[in-house]
Write a protein that binds this ligand. Sequence first.
Ligand code: ATP
Length: 230
Amino acid sequence: TIDHLKGDVTFNNVHFSYESGKPILKNISFEAKAGEKIALVGPTGSGKTTIINLLMRFYELDSGNIKIDGRSISDYQISKLREKIGVVLQDTFLFTGSILENIRYGRLEATDDEVIEAAKLASAHRFIKHLPDKYDTQITGNGSNLSIGQRQLLAIARAVLADSDILILDEATSSIDTKTEIDIQQGLNRLSEGRTSFVIAHRLKTIENADRILVIHQGELIEVGTHTEL
Ligand code: ATP
């Protein structure tokens, strides 16, 4: 594995289209310094997910460049690059198997103790320990026996265990009960501590706490700043 990344991310004059002649991102430039929390906000279809897709190198740019720690992302081996970027999506991929195995998916060589430690840090331990079979609870049907919030907590635990250098968080839009929501926020705060993180933000609180907010509108970055500045 490559050494840890610091997590400086820069987009320089990035232009991108999924289909030729239909520009989706237009001249996007910004800098995220190592450890910063960046909130991406903007209406549906504005291009937030596309920015993340490009950072993960799922597509080639039309022009411009994206750098991590001063080095173009096209100079990194793609598997290593993705290994260093942790993703917590709204709908977590869970497989048939125990909760322990599902968290361990973040780092396959982790011991049981390390999995439980990660779950504690992620604030997932509280709900798991109340399940009759605790960490041996079997997950069925991509997690349909768990609530959306609980599935998110497992995704956070998995990401804690993976210990990636850059994080991508797609904040849930669905309603989650208050207690679980508090756990999720605490888990996410611990997870993002000291790591550059990009949050597709839906909650005002997240936006208020971000070091920088990127406001995207129809593929353009129309404003950058902190909550008080904007
Ligand atoms: P949302 O908040 O709804 O997730 P978003 O801001 O993340 O929206 P994107 O998903 O980045 O927006 O989409 C930006 C534009 O790119 C939209 O017009 C969308 O239709 C288009 N788009 C997204 N993915 C593709 C694709 N694979 N092929 C073609 N067009 C796409």
